[in-house]
Design a protein around this ligand. Sequence first.
Ligand code: NI
Ligand code: MN
Length: 225
Amino acid sequence: MKISYLGHAALALEVAGKHLVVDPFISGNELAKHLDVHSIKADYILITHAHQDHILDVETIAKNTSAKVISNYEIVTYYNAKGIEGHPLNHGGSWPFDFGKVTYVNAIHTSSFPDGSYGGQPGGFLLETEEGNVYIAGDTALTFDMKLIPLKATIDLAILPIGDNFTMGIDDAVIASDFIECNKVLGYHYDTFGYIKINHIEAKSKFSAKNKELILLEIGNHITI
Ligand code: NI
Ligand code: MN
C-alpha cells in the first residue's frame, strides 16, 4: 500500500489497484500549493467528518474522477443531493469494498458543514486490506475507544492527528499508539494553521523515547507499507 501525504489531514492511498483520497483540503492549503487538485486520481473519497478543512476539494475531485464518497450517512446524503454517489456507513459498520474492508469507527470531535448543516457524528476509518491494515483516526481526542482497534485487526500503520488545539497533541498521540498497539505512526493535522504548528524534532523524540516511530512526511511525499 502506498500512502501519500497531501498536507493537513489529506491523504492519497493506492491499494489493490484502487486510488483512495482521504479528507481532501488541498486548494485551500498554502503549504500544499505545489499540488494540483485536478491531477488527483480517485476511485473513492473517504471523509471522516464535515469540517471545511476535510471536505474543501471533495466536489472538485468527485466531478473530475467520478469517485464515490465513503463516509457517514449524513455526509453521503449531502453529496448525493449534489449528484455525487457514495456509500453510507455509520459507527461500527463495515463494508467489503473492492480494495478491502472499511469500518467507520469512533472519534471524539464535532462535525458540521461550512454552511452550518448537520454532518453526522465524526469518525475515523479502519482499513483492512491484503496490503496491510491502516487506522486513520480522523480529528479526535485521545479516547479509550482506540483500545477496541487492535481487538479487530493488527494495525501496520496508525495515522493520528498530532497538532493539538483542535485534536489531540503529541503526548496523547503517544498514548494513543499504546491503545492501538501500533508503534508506527504517521502524523497529520499539524502545521497548517497557527494554532496547530508543532516542533517536529520534539514530536519525533517523544515517540522515539518510547521506542516508537513518528513519520512526518513532506507534503507530496509517500511511504509504502
Ligand atoms: Ni475537524
Ligand atoms: Mn480538522
